[in-house]
Design a protein around this ligand. Sequence first.
Ligand SMILES: Cc1cc2nc3c(=O)[nH]c(=O)nc-3n(C[C@H](O)[C@H](O)[C@H](O)COP(=O)(O)O)c2cc1C
Length: 380
Amino acid sequence: MDFLKLGGATLIAAAGGAVWRAVDQGVFRVGQGPAYEPWKNWQNAATATERIVAAGILASNPHNSQPWIFRITESTIDLFADHTRQIGVVDPFLREMYIGLGCAVENMMLAAAAEGFTATLGLMPDSADETHAAHFDLVSASPLLSDLYSAIPNRHTDRGAYDAARLLASETFEEIEARVTEADVRLFWYKDEAARSQFGKVALEATQALIADDQQSMDSHRWWRQDWSQLQESADGITLDTQSLGPLTPIAKLLPDLPRQQNDAAFVKNIRETMLPTAAAFGILAVNERGDNTQRLNCGRAWERIHLWGTTQGLAMQPLNQMCERADREIQLGSGPVIGNAVRALLNDDSWQAVMTFRLGYPTQKTHLSPRRGLEKVIA
Ligand SMILES: Cc1cc2nc3c(=O)[nH]c(=O)nc-3n(C[C@H](O)[C@H](O)[C@H](O)COP(=O)(O)O)c2cc1C
């Protein structure tokens, strides 16, 4: 967000003027309305398989595009990638789409256990159909309620400042690492000052390159939801409430939408001045073959598990994927791997390829719900 525009005459005009606009823009209704119901009624659906899907749709996913379709019976669930919900050239090879689907798989496995099933999971079960991401076979068992399952409705991406004075204990890093149980996924840490600064440099350069690429910037901006009634209708995308602007949020909501370029400039400023310098550490999740959908799904499962566990510990987390997005875009454009090489240097191990990057720390403010499309929109 552009804090500059919150000054002077604009601010007075906005504050003095339109209470109707405050109502219209949902200033008094944060986290309310149909787009937010899936967070509240996720355990209320009529059948167990619907409740498992309802847990799946609360997962982390790229740009909140929710690129999923589900088919269910009493004892099976099939998860499909909805390619129509691709985030354009931000994700030209669908890397993030399949990671997001993997996040949903993780929530669904936790929910299946809680609902009293042993789930047999097949990833990419149909070699003739690359949209078929997962098949679940459910067999009755004793219900297993886990802490991670209970954390599902409390997990939110935190884009605010983290508590820069509070470092993470070494056991916390070890606990997180222990949650990456997939053999084809590895977690790389950037903890000390030198490593954090090396990571931050690449993250900032990647963000600057992304906004300088008109098509990438436009495709990203397409998922920005400023208008309250539009977001209630589409129930997807990135909203002002989830930008962690604190007391500035209601004011920003009162003002007209920023032009894309101004929004981009504010985003870079936020990355440079808040997101990077306040992080306690950064992580990169890597796989052996970044084009392999099964490995991407496994990475998504690992990320969701990490974020849910972090939620149980009061940690704040945010994926920061601009460097992977730029590395893919460079390959798509054939423009030479500038950020691609920088990411390789960060890993410093050519047997692994980065697919998901993130920051973590302790929060300084409350996070808010992001919208979700309900079961009626995602079950085919
Ligand atoms: C593959 C992937 C990439 C993501 N990249 C970013 C990112 O670069 N920056 C960011 O703020 N959030 C990123 N996110 C988080 C999503 O925007 C977020 O999960 C989504 O908006 C839903 O919000 P929630 O996590 O609070 O439920 C990413 C999530 C996934 C799964």
